[in-house]
Design a protein around this ligand. Structure first.
Ligand code: 3PG
Ligand code: MG
Length: 407
């Protein structure tokens, strides 16, 4: 999407003021334990800065998908505790994000205090972007700060509607995310490349279409590559692929040619007859996939070719693993390329920007998260950005909404 002019915390004097902070506390939880606290940790600079400047910080967020009802397992109470632990200071929790309960919690605040309000999606008006819910949220505060880039693709009351009623600012995490994405696609050092992996072309059509316009090299991996190969007559055996997408795949390749975008597909593959840990595997050229085998990872020659190609790039956007990295040894191709991307980045030769659920797990698995220039906390929002879509949560921060509507 085009660059949006937004205000940051540099333009906000929050001392003694109530700030409604839209965070994304939608962290992955398994058996009551947070399995990845990245989103909480990335939020700390904004909360700390606001609290240190004497704001009363009212944190709102969704958590999971309760669909407009109170679902006790989707309460933000335990996440509020985890946020308090991460901040190293007490955080109060209020059992509702609007109404008397929320108002009482806000009324009891002192400058520098932090309150977390209950899951906004317990109200049906959140996802419906109900103006009354937006007004009720806005009535709690003097300012709105949105630090939830990862929820900015949702036009919900707490991400979009509320910005119509309060002077609005981007938090530090939002600012960092937008700057990183800007460096990647709007204003990049060329040549720019993208690695796009994952299972299905059908879910990434818009993304590929947008990237063809922006990048000089498009590396396609994952099961998606099988569809492109099969569409060109390569026999892919029992590999996962989308037979009904062959025409589309050929059209994408033709468009890439027309745009001067080089598309790189695997030249060899690691195959097996079963997708299980440590099954016997065979490395074969892409034109020699056995009928009973499945392609489960890119092969060693492909890895060498990709590393050589990436070494010639200045900017790389990465979304989607190259192979079925969840199960060894099919993680080898993704690991090797990730380590090379990390090395080139650390040597100052490459800017690398990665995002999307699986991608972050794959890079963590490869042990390179610290070596990548920027890893987005966003899943869907990162994809929609790569698709060139306008993200409503970001548009709402555009200063045009300064003509704030009355609460
Ligand atoms: C995410 O986890 O991608 C964001 O928090 C948005 O959640 P959603 O997909 O449930 O809207
Ligand atoms: Mg999601």
């Amino acid at each position: 999407m085009a660059t949006v002019a937004f205000k940051t915390l540099d333009q906000l004097q929050p001392a003694g003021k109530k700030v409604l902070l839209r965070a994304d506390l939608n962290v992955p939880v398994n058996g009551g334990q947070i399995t990845d606290a990245t989103r909480l940790l990335r939020l700390l600079p904004t909360i700390q800065e606001l609290a240190q400047k004497g704001a009363r910080v009212i944190v709102v967020s969704h958590f999971d998908r309760p669909k407009g009802k109170r679902v006790p397992e989707m309460s933000l109470a335990p996440i509020a505790d985890a946020l308090g632990d991460a901040l190293g200071r007490p955080v109060t929790f209020a059992d509702d994000c609007i109404g008397p309960v929320a108002q009482a919690a806000v009324d009891a605040m002192q400058d520098g205090d932090v309150v977390v309000l209950e899951n906004t999606r317990f109200h049906a008006g959140e996802e419906a972007n109900d103006p009354d819910l937006a007004k009720s949220l806005a009535s709690l505060a003097d300012f709105y700060v949105n630090d939830a880039f990862s929820a900015a693709h949702r036009a919900h009351a707490s991400t979009e509607g509320v910005a119509r009623h309060l002077p609005s600012f981007a938090g530090r995490l939002m600012e960092t995310e937008l700057n990183a994405l800007n460096i990647a696609l709007e204003n990049p050092e060329r040549p720019v490349g993208a690695i796009i992996g994952g299972a299905k072309i059908s879910t990434k059509l818009d993304l590929i279409g947008n990237l063809l316009e922006k990048v000089q090299v498009l590396i396609i991996g994952g099961a998606m590559a099988n569809t492109f190969l099969a569409a060109q007559g390569v026999k892919v055996g029992r590999s996962l692929q989308e037979g009904e997408m062959h025409d589309t795949a050929r059209a994408i390749l033709a468009k890439a040619k027309e745009k001067g975008c080089e598309v790189i597909l695997p030249v060899d593959a690691v195959t097996a007859t079963e997708f299980k840990a440590n099954v016997p595997t065979r490395v074969v050229g892409i034109d020699a996939i056995p009928d009973d085998a499945m392609i489960l990872d890119v092969g060693p020659q492909t890895v060498r070719d990709l590393c050589a190609k990436i070494a010639m790039l200045k900017t790389l956007v990465w979304n989607g693993p190259l192979g079925a990295f969840e199960i060894a040894p099919f993680d080898a191709g993704t690991n090797a390329v990730a380590q090379e991307v990390g090395r080139l980045t650390q040597e100052g030769r490459l800017k690398s920007i990665a995002g999307g659920g699986d991608t972050v797990s794959a890079l963590r698995h490869a042990g390179v998260t610290k070596d990548i220039s920027y890893i987005s906390t966003a899943g869907g929002a990162f994809l929609e950005w790569l698709e060139g879509k306008t993200l409503p949560g970001i548009m709402a921060l555009e200063s045009v909404f300064e003509r704030a509507l009355p609460i």
